[in-house]
Design a protein around this ligand. Structure first.
Ligand code: B12
Ligand code: SF4
Length: 494
């Protein structure tokens, strides 16, 4: 069969479809992927026979995928298959849409070939949590890396584990666990350190690689795994790597091991520093002392930290909550600090909290990740302005009393954009050691130096469906060589 994964616009590796492509190819199918924004699907379908079009969807982008599929169905004959995180919570969306043939809820490795072989006729198909992640084929990167923008990118993405044991009320994890509660024993697996290192080496040798980015929700969750991985990785790869951690699982021993294995940068999530809000969003499992200690440990061992925060939360006083979180960030003084505005996805527990507090009604569509809050909360303007100023306010430790005056000022869309763009220009220089201008003063626009937002969209990209004021969390350019590694230099001093 000929199978096409259709994306709108991809800016970072989308591992989910690469894992599925490997499974499909192993069964002898022809699999390809195009970005509609680069090669319009009609153009491709006129030239190539396609039996199945597959769409991988995250919430927020779902309207685009549904509409595009309807358009294509009117003109071409194919079977449409949808999957991805959106459908863990939203499978009902699709029941009425006659252009959608199949939707898979959850991981699809175990069912994708059966769908293609017409062995599963149902519209909504339950996937399954892999029983052994080490038995899953490694992702088929060729499908994506045939495109230089990805194949030649210096930073490539990997994932060692699949799930997260927590149940934060704004996240899809709790509903994923409900759907697959009969597969409890298969949750929280990690590929072996050996397999992970082999996968990285293969990508390095085949495609080039300067920085490894782990998608795992908590890279340090299993300390034995980290010890063994870092031991092999240091010997056989030793490239800068980055990822995300839960502060409660960070210890000095683990941080030292990571720094010694070239760990360069870690995201540490705070979300809210207010204890009541932490409990409301079900992040009571870690406290501010643990967060502060994790940030201190990383930074003191030369691993840069970006703190991640959520503002616009449905606290009784959302602005006071955000400002308390802000002050906590100032105390921590991380290399970088980022705030998102809460988007309560329909069906999550936080959505129910927002509804019960009268902050939202069912008609609200949460897809403006950066522009504003969809909630009808007090101090909306101040919260949206705080989001724009966040990085500078934390960096320059602006006192709350003065910040409150700044937050009352009206910002035009142009000014908001300028603030965000400047924020990313500084981040590129300060964190990643790169100038956005080369020595001749010419602004670089080489793919290797593109700065993308959290959606993976290019900053200043007029075609971005999410606007241009993104987070910038995913940077594709190479990190500076780690010859000034904190551990190495302290060893030298000794
Ligand atoms: C890396 C990452 C990103 C990256 C890359 C995205 C990607 N898809 O790879 C970037 C930075 C771009 C990103 C951005 C955002 N992300 Co994000 N991201 C992740 C993260 C941490 C890892 C993704 C991953 O590699 N998973 C591993 C692969 C193997 O799993 P998978 O992608 O789910 O794929 C499996 C199944 O879903 C299914 N499947 C996937 N596609 C398809 C397609 C078909 C046809 C079928 C049948 C099945 C199928 O089978 C796959 C194999 O088992 C996940 C959390 C997580 N652990 O998954 C969040 C996650 C996907 N992100 C999330 C969110 C909210 C966002 C943002 C909105 C954040 C923000 N505020 O900006 C943006 C939105 C982006 C957008 N709308 O385009 C949510 C999505 C929730 C939802 N309901 O959709 C998640 C689940 C995290 C969470 N806390 O809830 N993200
Ligand atoms: S810790 Fe992160 S991945 Fe896990 S449930 Fe909370 S938000 Fe989701």
């Amino acid at each position: 069969m000929n199978i096409l994964f259709l994306e709108n616009k991809l800016r970072v590796d989308k591992l989910g479809i690469l894992y599925l492509s490997a499974v499909l190819k192993s069964a002898g199918h022809n699999v390809n992927m195009i970005e509609d924004s680069v090669t319009p699907a009609e153009e491709y379908l006129n030239e190539n026979h396609v039996d199945f079009i597959m769409y991988s969807v995250m919430s927020g982008e779902h309207p685009w995928y549904f509409e595009r599929n309807r358009e294509l169905k009117r003109e071409f004959d194919f079977v449409s298959v949808f999957g991805g995180p959106h459908f863990t919570l939203f499978a009902d969306d699709v029941l009425k849409d006659v252009a959608i043939d199949h939707v898979v809820v959850g991981p699809a490795e175990s069912v994708i070939n059966q769908i293609v072989n017409a062995e599963l006729p149902e519209k909504v198909i339950r996937g399954s949590i892999p029983t052994d992640v080490n038995a899953i084929l490694p992702p088929d990167r060729e499908m994506l890396y045939q495109y230089d923008e990805f194949g030649k990118s210096n930073m490539k993405r990997f994932i060692a584990g699949r799930d997260c044991p927590m149940a934060c009320s704004y996240c899809f994890n709790h509903s994923l666990r409900k759907v697959f509660k009969d597969q409890k024993k298969s949750f929280y697996q990690r590929t072996t350190p050996r397999r992970m290192v082999d996968e990285i080496k293969e990508v390095r040798d085949k495609y080039g690689l300067k920085t490894v980015y782990f998608n795992d929700d908590d890279w340090v969750e299993d300390h034995d795994w980290v010890r063994e991985f870092c031991r092999i990785y240091k010997e056989e790869v030793n490239l800068p790597f980055c990822g995300s951690v839960k502060a409660k699982n960070v210890t000095e021993e683990i941080v030292k091991i990571m720094a010694d294995a070239s760990c360069h940068f870690m995201n540490v999530a705070i979300e809210s520093a207010n204890r009541q809000t932490q409990i409301l969003i079900r992040r009571g499992w870690q406290n501010n002392d643990q967060i502060a200690e994790a940030v201190r440990l990383f930074e003191s061992h030369g691993i840069m930290v970006r703190t991640q925060n959520i503002i616009g939360l449905p606290a009784d006083d959302p602005l006071a909550d955000a400002l308390e979180t802000y002050e906590f960030n100032i105390k921590l003084s991380p290399t970088d600090s980022w705030a998102a505005i809460l988007q309560p996805f329909y069906g999550t527990d936080i959505w129910k909290v927002c509804r019960d507090k009268g902050y939202i009604d069912e008609s609200v569509d949460c897809k403006k990740f950066y522009e504003g809050t969809p909630l009808d909360i007090p101090n909306k303007k101040e919260i949206e302005n705080l989001h724009k100023w966040w990085y500078f306010a934390v960096k320059y430790k602006i006192p709350v009393k003065f910040l409150k005056i700044i937050l009352q000022q009206d910002l035009t869309e142009e000014v908001k954009k300028q603030i965000q763009d400047y924020r990313w220009e500084l981040t590129a220089k300060e964190i990643y050691g790169l100038d956005t201008e080369d020595e001749s003063g010419v602004t670089m626009d080489n793919a290797d130096y593109q700065v993308t937002d959290m959606d993976g969209d290019l900053l200043n990209d007029p075609d971005s469906p999410w606007g241009s004021s993104g987070d910038g969390g995913n940077l594709k350019f190479p990190f500076p060589p780690r010859n000034n590694d904190a551990c190495a230099s302290s060893d030298e001093k000794e």
